[in-house]
Write a protein that binds this ligand. Structure first.
Ligand SMILES: Cc1cc2nc3c(=O)[nH]c(=O)nc-3n(C[C@H](O)[C@H](O)[C@H](O)COP(=O)(O)OP(=O)(O)OC[C@H]3O[C@@H](n4cnc5c(N)ncnc54)[C@H](O)[C@@H]3O)c2cc1C
Ligand code: SF4
Length: 453
C-alpha cells in the first residue's frame, strides 16, 4: 500500500472492489428492455421533452424508431441534432431536462427513460461504425477551432459537414475536454470519450493539433489572419479558491484536478485518497468528487455547502446518488479556516450560515470537522490570454444569440461564454449553432454585424 502520510493513501480496496465501484453506472438497455421502455412513450404532439432538450432532439421520433426495431434510424435522428448524443445520453441530468417535463412524470407514474433509450440507439450506431453524414463539396474555407471539448467538437463536425476544413487547436494531450478529464468515471467507462472523438472526426476534414494553447503558442489575431473564421470553445480552466487560512497545506486539493487524475489513471488502486475527506461546494463537481472519494475507499466523506438543499446546483438525483454511496451532505456551513498539523491537513473549521434580510451571512457559531483531505469545488473561472480586444461579460466571452463575439469572424460557445448552463449538452448546442452561423456568413461571402447582446 502506497503511503503518502497524513492518512492519504492509495490501494485502500481490493481489485474486485475497485472494478465494481467504477463500473458503468447505468449499463446499456438490452433489446427487450429498450422495446419495453420505448413502448411507454405516448409520442405526444408538441412533445415538451423536445423543448426541454438544449439540442432539441426529435425525442418522440427517435423513441418511435426504437420501438419499431430501427435503432440505426433512431441514432440518425439523434445525431442530426446532437453529434455527441452518446455522451449526452450518459451525462445529461435528464431529471432536470427532457425527463423532468415528460407527461408521464407524475406522482403515480415515472418518466420515459429518454437518456437510456438515447444511449441504446447511439451505442449500436457507434459500435457498428455507422456514419450518417457526408461532407458537402469543399468550400475552400479554413476554420480554426480552439479547444476540443464538446463545444469545439460539435462546431468542428457541423463545419466539416458543410465542406469547410477545420483545424482544432487543443492545449492538452487528449481531445474531449471535460468529457475526457472531468465527467465522473462511472458515467463514461471503457474509454468512451476517446471513442466518441474518433466517431465525430471520422467525417473527415477535421485535423486536431494537441499541445497548442491559445495565449502561449499563438494569439487570436494569428488565427484571424490565417483562417476564414474562428470558433472559441476553451471552457473554463481556472479554479476558484476558498480564500481561507491553511489553503496551501498538504492535503488541500482542487476537486477538478483530483477528478482529472482519477479519469486518467488506468489502475484506480494507484490513486491516493484520504481516510476522512471534506468537499466544499454544492455543484456537480462537489458531488462527483465526493462520490469518487468514497468509491476509492475513503471512510468518511462530507460535503459542506453554504446554503440549503434546494439551492444546490447538483440535482436532487445527484444528491440522492451521493447519499446512496454513503456521502454525508451538510448544509448552511461555510469554510472558516483549514487546520494543519505538521504541514498537513488535520481538519477544517466551519462556520454556520443563515439567510438574513435576503442575504447569506455567517452566524458566528463554529465547529470543526476532522479531515485529512479537503477538496475545493466552489466553481471554475474563465482564464485565457492572447484574446486581444475581445469583449467580456461578467468574466466570460460576450456573444450574441448566434454565438458571435465582438470581433468579426470570431464565434464562441460552451462554458467560456456566459450563459450559465455549464452542461455538456448546452456546449454541444452552442457549438453546433455557432457553426451554422459561421456557415451562413461564409456562404453569404460577407461579414455579419458583430453586435453583442
Ligand atoms: C467535474 C465536472 C463534472 C461534470 N459533470 C457533468 C455531467 O455529469 N453532466 C453535464 O452535462 N455536465 C457536466 N459537467 C459540465 C460539462 O463538462 C461542461 O459544461 C462541458 O464540458 C463544457 O464543454 P466545453 O467544450 O465548453 O469546455 P471543456 O469541456 O472544458 O473543453 C474545453 C477544451 O478547451 C481546451 N483549452 C482550454 N484552454 C485552451 C487554450 N488556451 N488553448 C487551446 N485549448 C484550450 C481544454 O483543454 C479543453 O479540451 C461537469 C463539469 C465538471 C468540471
Ligand atoms: S441530449 Fe440530453 S436533454 Fe437532450 S434528449 Fe438526450 S438526454 Fe435528454
Amino acid at each position: 500500500m502506497e503511503r503518502l502520510g497524513s492518512g492519504i493513501e492509495a490501494g485502500r480496496l481490493s481489485s474486485n472492489e475497485y472494478a465494481s465501484n467504477f463500473s458503468d453506472l447505468h449499463p446499456r438497455l438490452d433489446k427487450h428492455e429498450a422495446l419495453v421502455a420505448s413502448d411507454r412513450c405516448y409520442f405526444c404532439y408538441d412533445a415538451p421533452c423536445m423543448t426541454a432538450c438544449p439540442t432539441a432532439i426529435d425525442i418522440p421520433m427517435f423513441i418511435r424508431q426504437i420501438s419499431t426495431g430501427n435503432p440505426l434510424g433512431s441514432a440518425k435522428t439523434i445525431f442530426d441534432q446532437n453529434i455527441l448524443g452518446g455522451m449526452c445520453a450518459r451525462v445529461c441530468p435528464t431529471e432536470t431536462l427532457c425527463e423532468e417535463v415528460c407527461v408521464r412524470n407524475t406522482a403515480e407514474d415515472r418518466p420515459v427513460e429518454i437518456g437510456k433509450l438515447q444511449r441504446y440507439a447511439t451505442d449500436i450506431a457507434m459500435e457498428t461504425g455507422r456514419q450518417f453524414f457526408e461532407r458537402r463539396a469543399p468550400s475552400g474555407k479554413r476554420i480554426a477551432v480552439v479547444g476540443a471539448g464538446p463545444a469545439g467538437l460539435a462546431a468542428a463536425h457541423r463545419l466539416a459537414v458543410n465542406g469547410h476544413d477545420v483545424t482544432i487547436l487543443e492545449a492538452r494531450e487528449k481531445s474531449g475536454g471535460l468529457n475526457e478529464y472531468g465527467i465522473a468515471t462511472y458515467k463514461a467507462v471503457d474509454d468512451f470519450a476517446q471513442r466518441e472523438v474518433d466517431y465525430v472526426t471520422a467525417i473527415g476534414g477535421i485535423t486536431i493539433e494537441h499541445g497548442k494553447a491559445l495565449g502561449r503558442d499563438f494569439s487570436l489575431s494569428d488565427l484571424t489572419s490565417d483562417y476564414d473564421s474562428v470558433f472559441l470553445g476553451m471552457g473554463l480552466s481556472g479554479v476558484n479558491g476558498l480564500g481561507v487560512d491553511g489553503e496551501t497545506l498538504y492535503g488541500v486539493d482542487d476537486a477538478v484536478d483530483f477528478i482529472a487524475a482519477l479519469r486518467q489513471s488506468h489502475n484506480k488502486a494507484t490513486v491516493p485518497i484520504g481516510r476522512r475527506v471534506v468537499v466544499i461546494g454544492g455543484g456537480m463537481t462537489a458531488i462527483d468528487a465526493a462520490i469518487q472519494a468514497k468509491l476509492l475507499g475513503a471512510e468518511e466523506v462530507t460535503i459542506c455547502y453554504r446554503r440549503g438543499k434546494e439551492n444546490m446546483n447538483a440535482s436532487t438525483w445527484e444528491q440522492d446518488l451521493a447519499a446512496s454511496k454513503g456521502v454525508i451532505i451538510r448544509h448552511w456551513l461555510a469554510p472558516k479556516s483549514i487546520i494543519g498539523k505538521d504541514g498537513k491537513v488535520a481538519g477544517i473549521e466551519v462556520e454556520y450560515t443563515a439567510m438574513k434580510d435576503g442575504r447569506l451571512t455567517t452566524t458566528g457559531e463554529t465547529g470543526i470537522i476532522a479531515a485529512d483531505q479537503i477538496f475545493k469545488a466552489i466553481g471554475q473561472s474563465f482564464q485565457a490570454s492572447g484574446l486581444g480586444a475581445l469583449q467580456f461579460d461578467k468574466g466570460r466571452i460576450a456573444v450574441d444569440a448566434e454565438g458571435r463575439t465582438s470581433l468579426e469572424t470570431v464565434w464562441a460557445g460552451g462554458d467560456c461564454i456566459g450563459r450559465g448552463e455549464d452542461l455538456t449538452v448546452s456546449a454541444v448546442a452552442q457549438g453546433r449553432d455557432a457553426a451554422e452561423s459561421i456557415n451562413r456568413m461564409l456562404a453569404a461571402g460577407a461579414q455579419p454585424a458583430s453586435a453583442v447582446a
